[in-house]
Design a protein around this ligand. Structure first.
Ligand code: SF4
Ligand code: SF4
Length: 390
């Protein structure tokens, strides 16, 4: 896709979604994300980063104490299994599906197309079916090509490859997948990584099944996880939540404790609208994530433009130091989400007291809400997780 003119930089709905784009905007080159750079950039790659990736095979997993024992790595790596099956199946062609290439279709588009007279009704139906397949959130927005990667990565040599979608896919279905609260509470640990792995495996299954349904209706659908484009701006534009200092979308239903996936489609669907919740206002008085980050990778102060090689250029936002962050992951041989664990919005919102707290946090009484949160967010010992429910 040829990158269109970025004039004017702001588009309809950006302000409501909390998206702030300047004339410096450049679409992101996926080869520059820190996980890809860990394979080609000597500034990032070292024995530890190689060890990080190798640890996802049991023969290379380190075993060094609570939260990082053979059982912890065994659970984490098993949780990733279904995602790994998908991402490895076309590795020989340089397509790491779900990460550095969209998930290839297993279902042809049906020759007969179901008529869609009411896109609002169809959107409601898609949300119901997304829930049936196991998605915890689902909303629809337009395909804003600013958030597609300029190029993807050919994983055979980590070179840039064409990032093409079929023409006419005007809609993006954004799906949210809740991470397990009890495992997230044990970050940092290899055990906690099982919460991430399980949701990647869930994501793969949900986007593939929902895409197959749409294709069976006679419409195009491309299933996507981390590949093809940045999911966060699509989630914001679809009204699923608000961007926060910890680099996550904070949602009213699950706080920051979920992952997102997406489907590009030409199925006629009404779009959801972005909404300002008050999360960013809360982040202006809170620094719990930045304070807790062991790598000091999260920013203080107000959103800014810029950031390093691995940051998208020309978007004013809170941006982490991805090199510092991934350096900590590599040191641990597992992913980290301490900044998710300590966030005051990381709560079980099925409980009334947490819903009341949310109302307070999103109101002008946010300082009181932050004060009420002062003793929360501590780490649960991984050994305690293994004891449960004795
Ligand atoms: S994931 Fe961990 S290292 Fe990275 S920003 Fe969050 S707390 Fe810091
Ligand atoms: S910990 Fe505080 S500053 Fe960080 S994302 Fe959560 S609410 Fe925002």
């Amino acid at each position: 896709m040829v990158w269109p003119s970025n004039t004017p930089p702001q588009r309809d709905g950006d302000a409501e979604a909390g998206i702030n784009v300047s004339d410096n905007f450049q679409p992101f080159i996926q080869r520059n994300d820190v996980f890809s750079r860990a394979f080609w950039d000597d500034h990032i790659r070292n024995k530890r980063t190689d060890g990080f990736f190798n640890s996802y095979r049991m023969e290379a997993a380190p075993r060094r104490g609570a939260g990082f024992t053979q059982k912890d790595f065994a659970l984490r790596n098993a949780a990733w299994l279904m995602s790994d099956v998908i991402s490895n199946r076309a590795a020989e062609q340089g397509r790491r599906e779900g990460f550095q290439a969209p998930i290839a279709n297993d279902t042809p588009v049906a020759p007969d197309q179901v008529a869609v007279d009411d896109p609002a009704k169809m959107a409601a139906e898609i949300k119901r079916i997304a829930a049936f397949f196991g998605a915890d959130l689902c909303a629809v927005t337009d395909l804003d090509e600013r958030w597609l990667y300029k190029t993807r990565v050919d994983t055979r040599d980590m070179s840039e490859a064409e990032n093409a979608l079929p023409d006419g896919l005007a809609h993006v279905i954004v799906l949210g997948h809740e991470m397990d609260a009890e495992l997230v509470a044990t970050y940092p640990s290899a055990l906690a990584g099982a919460a991430t792995g399980r949701e990647y495996s869930h994501e793969a299954s949900v986007v593939m099944q929902l895409s197959a349904y749409i294709r069976n209706l006679g419409y195009e659908a491309v299933a996507s996880m981390n590949d093809t484009g940045l999911v966060i701006p699509f989630a914001l534009k679809a009204g699923l939540g608000e961007y926060a200092r910890n680099q996550m979308v904070i949602t009213p239903g699950f706080g920051p404790r979920l992952r997102f996936s997406k489907i590009f489609t030409n199925l006629p669907l009404d779009h959801d609208l972005p909404r300002k919740l008050g999360v960013a206002d809360f982040c202006t008085i809170c620094t719990k994530c930045a304070d807790a980050c062991p790598a000091k990778a999260l920013p203080y102060g107000s959103p800014t433009e810029g950031g390093g090689v691995s940051a998208i250029q020309g978007v004013k936002k809170w941006t982490s130091d991805a090199e510092k962050c991934f350096g900590f992951w590599a040191k641990m041989s597992s992913d980290c989400a301490i900044c998710m664990r300590v966030c005051p919005f990381n709560r079980n919102f099925s409980r009334i007291k947490n819903r009341l707290w949310l109302r307070l946090a999103l109101s002008r009484f946010r300082k009181l809400a932050l004060w009420l949160d002062r003793k929360r967010g501590g780490r649960v010992k991984p050994t305690d997780w293994w004891q449960y429910p004795t």
